[in-house]
Write a protein that binds this ligand. Sequence first.
Ligand code: SF4
Ligand code: SF4
Length: 96
Amino acid sequence: MINEVESLRDLEVTCTNCEASCCRLEAMLFNDTEIPDKFIVINTRGESSMKRLEDGWCAALNRKTMTCTIYEKRPWICREFEMGEDECISARAANR
Ligand code: SF4
Ligand code: SF4
């Protein structure tokens, strides 16, 4: 896994050659008031996150284009996620 992660570091990291890997991560919701209810799940502790489908991808992802269908209203945590950061590299490796 580490070697795989390190080898990915040598590749160009860009969303255009990625199958929305980060959209398989849990996306917690904080003060995100514009997310449609159908995309929200609430756990037993009362915490909200984006609903994910059985294969792990976020329910708000357009599966044909692999783009976010609520991009303008996407959660804060998705806005903060930066291409090329460690979590991005790890998500890409996990999605291979
Ligand atoms: S931010 Fe990283 S993991 Fe997310 S789509 Fe872009 S390259 Fe892929
Ligand atoms: S809300 Fe959009 S950007 Fe965030 S995980 Fe879901 S599909 Fe990806």
